[in-house]
Every structure is written in structure tokens, then in C-alpha cells.
Write a protein of this length. Structure first.
Length: 549
């Protein structure tokens, strides 16, 4: 089996690269272990809690016991399906803040500053309701929409943010992220608009892309050059050859695992597992980052939350309406309002995010015992804690060892306490008073630093945004794994493009920037000059040095 390019992983970045390479007339084989994304559990936006809890669609990985979170093991869903995690995520679309990408460039990712990446965000988007063509794309493959915000709780939350003294931003993906406003989603015509729907299926229709199901066991490297991928299909390994390059896009957990299984990684760790060394890259698997969040839940004074549908008949009615019309509550992920704020004066750009949800429920579908309620998911955006992904064994069937090392930096505790206290202030504004009965969790009794810390230790959950485990940097940086053209340092003919390459985690949800990485990497792979840099300037709060808001 032969192709110009072999891509490992049909996820957010992999699908985008397949599309752009096929568009340029190249032959592409995409290797994906997971199966079809057909069916209502994935395609109906409101059913989002199902696929990430189904072994059919999720790799089923979890962290090692986290020492700063009471030795809890946290689940780490990753998509095992066409579309990857874009097929099982919450569909929230956040580009990241402009300063995130300027930070990348400052860390050695030359050519990845905001001015460089904004044209790629615009190329990939079809924005419906964004702030205009200076900052938003209007004819890309990825449709971005906004929910109707018909439940009064959404606008009450935005208004409460305004009353608390924060800006209202018409488009947090446009010029100004800071503030409260409508949330955007990868939903189109009532369906999840995953990377598979946006990119992979049109690419397959072109005839230049074929998808091969199987487990990628290792990258075949001959005389220092990647020449193919060994794939296991039901116990019968075979090699798919790449005429030009092999491209790794298997997630920030599986991409470093595959590099190490192929002999690229920290020499001592590979020797422990009897793996022959190809390239000693100590940065492989290091620099693991994530967003950690808590659910702050409030009981409702009025029966206006989605709790009234949280029963067999209610869910059946929503599902039936969506199946027959593509409309109704089933057509929304219910994340329709949000906020991005700064935790204190001296922070240049937002470091706390809010997802507002008009029901008190967990990602695993367990609803709050008190009935009608609502919640925000909140937490700091730029934790200083770093973890690592390492090999459990040399067996490709074994999951990697994942140690996030959450909350290991003392500043994380300060930032999280600030998030809790600032959130309470927002929900105490007059706009929310007709709706807030009382705080369910953490609960009004939780006030001191020690009490808040104990709640975080017991209840913080991953926001499912792992990244950074094969970071981009200059070729002379010993901890860099890929250079600014996504070439794996130390091996020819091999690139890596997914959230692994992020030098630092971006603000908000990672599907958007992961797709952007795939879009930009495709131009590097094709040897094209990058899109012309933008001269648009982001809005930064002018009082950030002296004021928290």
C-alpha cells in the first residue's frame, strides 16, 4: 500500500491536513484505529455526554493517581473514532487569545505569532454571527455558529458579568476576548460539525484520500528517514509506505507514545523498555499541560433549567424532534454563554474561563440531586504545573502512563481560589438574583482558603485539554521536538502536527487551535509560502497593569 503522505490519526489536525493535501492533488492515506462517527450519539449536539463515556468512541485513558488531588485518577477522554476528539468533545469553539500565539513565537515557535496564525483561522472558518471579515473567516470548511440563547439564564449570566464591571464582548474569537458574551460552537444545521464532517469526508470524496482502520504500532525509520507506518489490523501487522512523508497527528497522549515506540524520545527511558534509539529527544512526552476546572452549581428559584427534560420522556422527546427536524434543544450543546476574565491586576489577558450551562449536571451525565439548577465550569487557563506522558511498556497495545502533576505549582492554588471568589461575586449580581436560590457547590459554608483548597482537591476535573508533549521550538533547543515547520528534529521525512506541538496551552478549548495547526502545517508540508501575516491588532484592556477589570 502506497501514498505520498501517510497521516496517523483522523482527528482535528489530521483531517485538516488530509483535506489540504488532497486539495493540492496529493495522495493521502489516513490511519485511524476508531470506527464510524455515524449515529445520533455523536451527531446530535445535546448528546455530547454520551460518546465521551462510550468505549466504542473513547480510548478510555486516565491519569495516574494525582498527588495534589488526593491521589485521584482523572479520566482523560480522547476520541477513538473518525474525527478524533472533535467527534466526542463539547463542540465549544475557542481560537485562543492573540497573546497565546505571541507567547508561542517568543518560546521559539518562529512564524506562529498571532499575526501569522490569524490568516489560518480565517481560512478554516465559516463564521456565522462573528464580528466581521477583518478577524473572522466566512467561507472555510469549519462552520462556527451560536446557540439561540432562548433560555433567560444565558443572557442573565452575561448581564451579571456586565453588572460586575466586566466588558461585554460581541465576539471573543474576534478582536476582544476579554468579557462576557455568546459562546460559539462547531455545530452546523443542527449537527456536530466535527473535523470529519468539515474536512475528512469531503477529502475522501475527492478520491485522493483513503482511510485505513488499524492500530499504528510504530513509524518505520530506515537510515534516519521515516518511510512508512507499521499497522496492526486484527493481529496481522503490515507496513503502509509513504512516498514523501509520514505525518503524526494522533493526539498529545498517543503522538508522544508513538514517537517513543519508534525510537524517538529520552534515551534512558527508551533503554528501560528495550527500544533501539533513533533520536535522543528528551522533550518527547514532557511539558504536558491541561486545563483543570470545577463546576460551581446553583439551585434555581424558578423551574426554567433543563432539568425538566432530564428524564426518559424528556430526552426521548428532544431526540425525536432532532431526528425528524434537526432542530430544538437537541441541536445545541447548551453552552451558549461564556466569559473570559483576568484574575487580578497585572495579568495582561484573560486567565479564567467560564462555560455557562442551564442545568446542574456533570460530564458523565450525573445530575445534581437538588433538581432545577445551573452551573459554570471555571478554572485558571495558564497553570504553571507540568506533567509527562511516558511508556508503560514497549507493547503498542498498552496505554501510556499519564501524569499531569496537577496543582503542583503554588500559584495554581492562588489562581483557583480567585476563580471561586470572583465567580460568587458574579452570581450575586442583580441580574442573577431572580434565579439563584442558593449555591449547591462548593456551598456557602466553603469560604476560607483551606476550605476552598479542600473542595478543589476533591472535586476538580480535567477540562480534557491535554497538550504540549512534543513542543515546537528552534532546532537548537534540546527540549523542542518539532521545528517551526512541524518537522520532527533528528529524523527526516517525519512531521508531527496536533496539540502536542503547543509550547504553552492556549486560552479555552483546544479543538480550534488544533485544527489551525493542521491547516498551517499543510502549507509547510506542501512547501508553500505561509499566508501573508495579518496587521489586525487584538484589544487588550488598557488598564490591565493596575486593574482586575
Amino acid at each position: 500500500m502506497y501514498a505520498d503522505y501517510v497521516i496517523i490519526g483522523a482527528g482535528s489536525a489530521g483531517c485538516a491536513m488530509a483535506y489540504r493535501l488532497a486539495e493540492a492533488g496529493r495522495r493521502v492515506t489516513v490511519i485511524e484505529f476508531g470506527g464510524s462517527d455515524a449515529g445520533p450519539f455523536i451527531q446530535m449536539p445535546a448528546a455530547l455526554s454520551y460518546p465521551m463515556n462510550m468505549s466504542r468512541y473513547d480510548w478510555g485513558m486516565h491519569s495516574e493517581p494525582e498527588p495534589h488531588l488526593g491521589n485521584r485518577q482523572l479520566v482523560t477522554p480522547r476520541g477513538k473514532v473518525i474525527g478524533g476528539s472533535s467527534s466526542i468533545n463539547g463542540m465549544v469553539y475557542v481560537r485562543g487569545h492573540a497573546r497565546d500565539f505571541d507567547t508561542w513565537a517568543g518560546m521559539g515557535a518562529d512564524g506562529w505569532a498571532y499575526a501569522d496564525v490569524l490568516p489560518y483561522f480565517k481560512r478554516m472558518e465559516s463564521s456565522h454571527g462573528g464580528s466581521g471579515a477583518e478577524f473572522r473567516g466566512t467561507d472555510g470548511p469549519l462552520h462556527i455558529t451560536r446557540g439561540p440563547r432562548s433560555n433567560p439564564l444565558f443572557n442573565a449570566f452575561i448581564e451579571a458579568g456586565r453588572e460586575a464591571g466586566y466588558p461585554v464582548t460581541p465576539d471573543y474569537n474576534g478582536q476582544a476576548q476579554e468579557g462576557f458574551g455568546p459562546m460559539e460552537a462547531t455545530i452546523w444545521k443542527g449537527r456536530r460539525w466535527s473535523a470529519a464532517n468539515a474536512y475528512l469526508k469531503p477529502a475522501q470524496a475527492s478520491g485522493n484520500v483513503q482511510v485505513v482502520r488499524g492500530l499504528a504500532r510504530r513509524i518505520v525509520i530506515e537510515n534516519g528517514r521515516a518511510t512508512g507506518v507499521e499497522v496492526d489490523q486484527g493481529g496481522a501487522p503490515f507496513v503502509i509506505r509513504a512516498g514523501r512523508e509520514v505525518i503524526l497527528a494522533a493526539s498529545s497522549l498517543n503522538s508522544p507514545k508513538l514517537l517513543m515506540l519508534s525510537g524517538i524520545g529520552p534515551a534512558a527511558h527508551l533503554a528501560e523498555h528495550g527500544i533501539a534509539l533513533v533520536a535522543d529527544r528528551p522533550g518527547v512526552g514532557a511539558n504536558l499541560q491541561d486545563h483543570l476546572e470545577i463546576y460551581m452549581q446553583f439551585a434555581a428559584k424558578q423551574p426554567i433549567s433543563l432539568y425538566k427534560y432530564w428524564n426518559l420522556w424528556g430526552k426521548a422527546a428532544i431526540g425525536a424532534q432532532w431526528l425528524f427536524t434537526g432542530k430544538g434543544l437537541g441541536a445545541s450543546n447548551q453552552f451558549e454563554a461564556c466569559g473570559f476574565i483576568r484574575s487580578k491586576a497585572g495579568v495582561e489577558y484573560p486567565d479564567i474561563q467560564y462555560h455557562f450551562l442551564p442545568i446542574a449536571v456533570r460530564y458523565d451525565g450525573k445530575v445534581a440531586a437538588e433538581g432545577h439548577g445551573f452551573q459554570v465550569h471555571t478554572g485558571p487557563m495558564r497553570s504553571r504545573s507540568r506533567g509527562a506522558v511516558t511508556l508503560r511498556s514497549a507493547d503498542p497495545n498498552d496505554a501510556p502512563v499519564i501524569r499531569f502533576n496537577y496543582m503542583s505549582d503554588p500559584t495554581d492554588w492562588q489562581d483557583f481560589r480567585a476563580a471561586v471568589r470572583l465567580t460568587r461575586e458574579i452570581f450575586d449580581q442583580s441580574a442573577m438574583r431572580p434565579f439563584v436560590k442558593h449555591e449547591i457547590q462548593p456551598g456557602a459554608a466553603v469560604q476560607s482558603d483551606a476550605e476552598i483548597d479542600a473542595f478543589i482537591r476533591d472535586h476538580a476535573e480535567s477540562a480534557y485539554h491535554p497538550c504540549g508533549t512534543a513542543r515546537m521550538g528552534r532546532r537548537n533547543d534540546p527540549m523542542a521536538v518539532v521545528d517551526p515547520e512541524c518537522r520532527v528534529i533528528g529524523v527526516d521525512g517525519l512531521r508531527l502536527a496536533d496539540s502536542s506541538v503547543f509550547p504553552q496551552i492556549t486560552n479555552g478549548n483546544l479543538n480550534g487551535p488544533s485544527i489551525m495547526v493542521g491547516e498551517k502545517a499543510a502549507d509547510h508540508i506542501l512547501g508553500r509560502a505561509p499566508l501573508a501575516a495579518s496587521n489586525q491588532e487584538p484589544w487588550i484592556n488598557p488598564a490591565w497593569r493596575t486593574s482586575q477589570r
